[in-house]
Design a protein around this ligand. Structure first.
Ligand code: KG4
Ligand code: ZN
Length: 399
């Protein structure tokens, strides 16, 4: 393979439980993207344990960097930039990546740039991966390589943001969640259903065999603020705010009610007359309290929960685009890997003859290629950081 040596950026990502490194040319061509996941480790505890995450990042970070360089066929002398996630994320986990990136950049005499993790998710739309993303229509791009103008949904384990990417650059946050992030809701519901951690992808898989209309879970659409909405969400949440804690509670109450009914009737595991459920003790680790419901019923709850989430996300994103006269929808972040969300956004865009795009699955969930893309754009715009670069666990979404 001819390795492009123009503008090679090495990027590191350690904001949560994935240790990732990537080499990307010109902020778009992915030469390597290595992700060492700690999901199995944290699965035992039903969620990410920050101290364990940091310790494992420390062990994994240099081997992962080596791997990324080897896979790209690049040497240190080929690189012209080191980019690293500086926030938001787990403080101790972020610090490992930031310290490693500083040491590597200093030792090799390379410029360093700290990257906002959420901006990284948005810049995943810049990557040319040669893999199937989903994209309809050639979307016009801005000077930073992002499809513009567009409305972009940023949905991850800790964030639910809808933002406007105006044609002439920048980003305006239009709304955020007022309580749980959507990925957090997926993970909590997965735990309630005894599916283990991380739960989003498991709910997604299970939902495919369930009935999305089986349980009419609430679609919590907080009133839009401003002249039409009156008395809407708190200003900090923006006019297009989301709320997922009520839905999570509705699922918890439904499951508790069904478990009680099942225990009373004694035949709940044959509720749908399909398969026998595995007893809770056979469930994967981290599933304490897993309900002994029929697997077909669990699939129905998963599908109904996912349908409620997707309806709300799509309604708000489309509404934001309409209000801003924008005809392109984007989604990114771990939850943008959800098959129901991808399909529904695609349908909503197709019905209106709008463009839409979602990155390939592995560039939706945490990775370092997206950090290289964002870092490259910042570097070209003259931004950079010194050896005093610090982690900032609470950075808000900004480009
Ligand atoms: O962006 P990400 O990888 O990490 C954070 O920045 O948080 O997002 C992780 C979140 C987790 O909550 C995970 O359950 C969720 O994304 N997720 C999914 C799917 N794949 C990952 N949620 C729904 N459906 C999926 N297929
Ligand atoms: Zn993320």
């Amino acid at each position: 393979m001819d390795v492009p040596t123009d503008g090679l950026c090495l990027a590191l990502e350690t904001s949560c439980d994935e240790t990732a490194a990537a080499v990307v040319a010109g902020g778009c061509q992915v030469l390597s993207s290595v992700v060492a996941s700690q999901a199995d480790l944290h699965g035992r505890y039903g969620g990410v344990v920050p101290e364990l995450a940091a310790r494992h990042h420390l062990e994994a970070v240099l081997p992962v960097v080596d791997h990324a360089l080897r896979q790209a066929g690049a040497s240190w002398g080929d690189l012209c930039l080191v980019a690293v996630t500086r926030g938001p994320g787990l403080p101790a986990a972020l610090l490992v990546g930031v310290a490693a990136a500083k040491a590597l950049a200093f030792a090799r005499g390379l410029p360093l740039v700290g990257v906002n993790h959420l901006a990284g998710h948005v810049y995943a739309h810049r990557l040319e991966t040669g893999e199937a993303g989903e994209r309809v229509g050639a979307l016009p791009r801005g000077g930073d390589g992002l499809p513009r103008p567009a409305v972009c949904l940023v949905v991850s384990g800790s964030h639910t943001d809808v933002c406007l990417l105006p044609g002439d650059g920048g980003l305006h946050l239009l709304g955020s969640t007022v309580d749980d992030a959507v990925g957090e809701a997926f993970d909590k519901v997965a735990r309630l259903l005894g599916l283990g951690y991380p739960g989003g992808a498991r709910i997604d898989r299970l939902a495919a065999s369930g009935d999305p209309r089986a349980v009419p879970f609430p679609r919590t659409l907080r009133p839009l603020s401003g002249p039409r909405g009156g008395g809407g969400p708190t200003p900090a949440a923006g006019p297009f705010a989301f709320s997922f804690s009520g839905l999570k509670t509705a699922v918890a109450q439904h499951v508790a009610m069904r478990v009680a009914a099942t225990a009373q009737s004694g035949d709940g595991r044959r509720h749908h007359g399909r398969r026998e459920a595995a007893p809770a003790s056979d469930a994967p680790p981290g599933n304490a309290g897993a309900p002994a419901l029929d697997p077909a019923e669990v699939a129905d709850v998963a599908a109904s929960f996912q349908a409620a989430v997707v309806d709300v996300l799509v309604e708000r994103t489309v509404r934001a685009a309409e209000e801003h006269g924008v005809k392109a929808l984007l989604a990114c972040g771990g939850v943008a890997a959800n098959s129901g969300l991808r399909a529904a956004l695609g349908r909503a865009a197709a019905e209106r003859r709008w463009g839409w795009a979602v990155p390939p699955l592995r560039y939706c969930t945490d990775n370092a290629a997206m950090i290289a893309a964002a870092g490259w754009v910042a570097h070209r715009a003259g931004r950079g950081d010194g050896w005093d670069l610090d982690a900032d666990p609470n950075l808000p979404l900004e480009l």
